[in-house]
Design a protein around this ligand. Structure first.
Ligand code: AMP
Ligand code: TRP
Length: 353
């Protein structure tokens, strides 16, 4: 296994803090699984880490998108991330297509990635099965993602369980490049959150809560849902026929476990503290009522900040421009090193303005 000692001098890494990179697609309405499984963890660890967060619009177009909707959703997601607490003074938040090195890195990495590695990806199999037409981009998606991570020499990649295989592929690609060319890349580690790692659908606790199903009533809690809507979805959540409010691995009890898991992450408590909170609860009705309250309470300040940010799109765009400038300072030297390593003639820097 490679270690971080592969990091070369030109990478402006913080001496004390580990570098974190993660990404999120600007498609669909962000939902509670995104917040508990991803955004909240990013925000909570902002002070201890050197953070890069990317809105991956290049990834979004691997499946069909409506251009106007993509543009709108990209800004909305940026506002949502800032609203969730991403602080531009502590973290770099940017749009992937603003930093052209991502597309360039993808191409170079494509050329060291065997197709078989991509065909094995479970997400590719899921997304391509039954489709009339599948874009080359969809197959290539994990290589673009590897480029995202490797350009920033990230040590840690916080993602939900579903993305672990892609981060492992990024490790394989990094190691293969390092072996073929130079020891250029830090080999990243996936970091999977314990509980928020898999927030399940309220209508079916055996299916992951997902933006793609958020149009199905009662499936997801969207981060912008009004309190009444949140209450309705939680009250209708599928549970079981028992009456015991405690954490459990039993698939039959996945619904209750899911509700308790949400409560746990939102209140930052341990499992036994959560169970103690419900010691006096009268049945699942009570459990749902209190979970709904905690979710509504947790989302209220986020929603307020979100609408303030969306009221000033010029300021939002300015924050994103600054983010991209900061990202480029890391990604640009790295892409130059990659080009150098594979044998490209670099343009004469003294002549370009
Ligand atoms: P996506 O919505 O698929 O673009 O995912 C964005 C981030 O949120 C990734 O790190 C996902 O793994 C995470 N995520 C999405 N849905 C969930 C969920 N239901 N539970 C936990 N994490 C999730
Ligand atoms: N594929 C990830 C998802 O759908 C998003 C993503 C793109 C990403 N590039 C990344 C996540 C780099 C972590 C690191 O969730």
């Amino acid at each position: 296994m490679q270690t971080t000692s592969n990091t070369i001098e030109s990478q402006p890494q913080s001496k004390t803090r580990r570098r974190v990179f993660s990404g999120v697609q600007p498609s669909g309405d962000p939902q509670l699984g995104n917040y508990l499984g991803a955004f909240k963890g990013w925000v909570d660890r902002q002070d201890q880490k050197d953070n890069f967060f990317c809105i991956v619009d290049l990834h979004a177009i691997t499946v069909e998108q409506n251009p106007e909707e993509l543009r709108r959703q990209t800004r909305e997601l940026a506002a949502m991330l800032f609203a969730c607490g991403i602080d531009p003074d502590k973290s770099t938040l940017f749009i992937q297509s603003h930093v052209t090195a991502h597309a360039e890195a993808c191409w170079i990495l494509n050329c060291v990635t065997p197709i078989g590695w991509l065909e094995r990806m479970t997400q590719f199999k899921d997304k391509s099965t039954g489709q009339d037409s599948v874009s080359a981009g969809l197959l290539d998606y994990p290589v673009l993602m590897a480029g995202d991570i490797l350009l920033y020499s990230a040590h840690e990649v916080p993602v939900g369980e579903d993305q672990k295989q892609h981060v492992e592929l990024a490790r394989d690609i990094a190691q293969r490049f390092n072996r073929i060319y130079n020891e250029l890349f830090v080999v990243p580690e996936p970091v999977i959150p314990e509980v928020g790692g898999r927030v399940m659908g309220l209508n079916d606790p055996n299916v992951k809560m997902s933006k793609s199903f958020s149009h199905i009533r009662g499936h997801a809690i969207r981060l912008l849902d009004e309190p009444k809507e949140i209450q309705r979805s939680v009250m209708r959540a599928v549970t079981d026929s028992e009456n015991e409010i405690r954490f459990s691995d039993d698939p039959e009890r996945a619904g209750v476990n899911n509700l308790l898991g949400m409560y746990k992450v939102l209140t930052d408590q341990t499992e036994s503290e959560v169970e103690a909170d419900f010691a006096d609860a009268r049945g699942y009705g009570d459990l749902k009522k209190r979970v709904a309250e905690i979710v509504i309470e947790g989302l209220a300040p986020i929603q307020k900040r979100y609408y303030e940010l969306m009221d000033d799109v010029a300021e939002l765009d300015r924050l994103l421009t600054t983010g991209a400038d900061q990202a480029r300072q890391v990604a640009e030297p790295k892409i130059q090193e990659m080009k150098q390593a594979v044998g490209f003639v670099l343009p004469d820097q003294s002549r370009s303005q």
